[in-house]
Write a protein that binds this ligand. Sequence first.
Ligand code: PLP
Ligand code: ZN
Length: 422
Amino acid sequence: MTNTTRQTCNDEKFMSNITHLECSVCGKHRPAGQIHNLCECGGPLLVRYDLDRARATFPRESLRNAPSTMWRYAPMLPVQEPSAITSLGEGWTPLVKTSRLGARLGADRLWVKDEGVNPTGSFKARGLSCAISMCRQLGVKKVAVPSAGNAAGATAAYAAAAGLEAHIFMPQDVPQSNFIECKATGAHVTLVDGLISDCGRIVAQRKEAEGWFEVSTLKEPYRIEGKKTMGYELAEQMDFTLPGAIFYPAGGGVGMIGMWKAFAEMEALGWIGPARPKMIAVQAEGCPPIVRAFERGQAKSDFYEGAETVASGLRVPKALGDFLVLNAVRESGGTAVAVNDNEILDSSLAIARDEGMFIAPEGGACVAALSKLLASGFLKQNERIVIYNTGSGLKYLEAFATRFPRATASEQDKLGGLITPR
Ligand SMILES: *Cc1c(COP(=O)(O)O)cnc(C)c1O
Ligand SMILES: [Zn+2]
């Protein structure tokens, strides 16, 4: 796979069509090929491409020989130096048609895009593969990131693969898997008695003195480019006819912003038409800032105090790109839904039993939201619906262990369930 990636990306017609970066707030342009964080107005920068050139040189048909990773879309990704590409095989994840779950919930045509099979067990691999590749191209040696968990693991892994130094800041109660994967891959880990927002403040304060490049999502302009490939893949896997509705578990909402951008790019490339899925942002009741803003008709969300949920990727009290998420939801005729932790775990386990997919609580939140929108009549039984499962259930063993308490050896023995081999 690695070989195919290199070969294909060395091929002239697979070179990036990047032209510049554009501020999503004030519209100011910045040159490609330089280190950037936010615009001076505070707005996130978005990567722009020469769409005419791409339309002429990157037809859908050329995907037939493309690598089985997200780098199959290299002409619409920002990396200009093929040798900088740092890939662990991320992307090109399965789009699984459900056999029992949809029938039970009353959705005849239901798919799960399973991001849990990515390297590091979550879709964060896409964003960090792209961002770390850009760090390598631009000569960055040390990166720092505040994370609710999975971004930390992906940063640590891709930094290790690229030979960069990683400095990770995460809440002290992140899942054990996230802490251990970072330590295992050699990152410098600091646990913070607070939330991702507190971690972000610490990184911002220290980065200059330490010489760190901050790869916080949207403060760094390339993670979103990796995440947008979820949209490209969905289109390709559905024969370039997008579904009627997409359920996305929104923390920062960057995956949704990325897919929305991908759809616009693909229309400009002539790959898809103007029809768009209803974009449905799913959050936890313990941290629903985007749902609140949607319901109140606000353009931006307010900081949510006391955020708390088992779906650790959704524990983001205030998202930098909230206005872009709310735009996508509203423009698409979608909605925003909050579900509670009990429903999240129930739904995660329901899909595990029905389909054999042990998904992350964030994916489970989407299943719970789907039941609600089918019950309310917002979605129809025959609509084509796609749920994004953003991670593997195996990264959340503490959360699922609350449902499957294990008896001690002596308790097992009394119940007659403990077998002692002789
Ligand atoms: C980070 C994360 C999310 C939220 O991602 P955004 O695109 O920032 O909203 C959802 N699920 C999982 C498993 C995550 O790790
Ligand atoms: Zn700006």
